[in-house]
Design a binder for this molecule. Sequence first.
Ligand code: SAM
Length: 278
Amino acid sequence: MTVHLLGAAEIRALAAELELTPTKRLGQNFVVDANTVRKIVQLARVGAGDRVVEIGPGLGSLTLGVLESGAEVVAVEIDHRLAARLPRTAADHDVRSGALTVMDADALTVTELPGGPAVLVANLPYNVSVPVLLHFLETFSHLRRGVVMVQAEVGERLAAAPGSKVYGVPSVKAAWYGRWTLAGTVSRQVFWPVPGVDSVLVAFERDAQERGTDEERRRVFALVDAAFGQRRKMLRQSLSGLVGGSAAAAALLERAAVDPTARGESLSVDDFLRVARA
Ligand code: SAM
């Protein structure tokens, strides 16, 4: 299928028609470059027969690129004007009817999505990128893999390994669900308006097996929040509030074969899981 992708002039015309001034609050930086869209779609390895979930389709730049691949798209958009306009944009661009489903909703609170196994493809709203990602991974186990565009700093954290300077809460929580890798950088110039930060693409692949139960995930996440809340402290201190004192924390860590004098930044998600189980 050939779908004419959106360029800068068309994006501005659509925004003018909707009397839309992009807002920072909703992280509205629209991609105005077809090459960038095609690069993301290629990285996401989607095509006919695939189902894609997109968060924040905006004016449809990426949506049309994914639809061009032959995949079907379910897109969740919080801005009513954008959600209402998108089906017409798709139809104007010769997208087969039924290939696109638009949900006018806040992605942070969505609990149901139509369809089976799916690939997440999104240029995420930067102010909520991590909470939205974690919410989707937790709520929709049928999201098996994906490619997302995020602020460079966030992408580096998502893909960081233990011991790295940027390894932190998002790194461990994201690793609970699977493997994350940096997949490329994106120039600021491909957006309108041009953002004040750099962007990167991050790819993820969900693990074939769930790492643990929901209860274990909740415990691991609480341990991670405590460990990195006091990043410079040793684990026996940073976890003391959670388990009733530093002696109890030290005993617990030893049972889990984790050095009580280590810091959170040296522990993998599986180390945290051993502590949660202990
Ligand atoms: N995908 C489009 C593109 O690449 O041009 C737009 C990306 S823009 C960075 C982020 C989009 O997410 C905006 O359309 C914004 O309205 C939408 N958005 C912001 N917060 C959202 C939320 N909580 N739920 C769903 N969409 C949201």
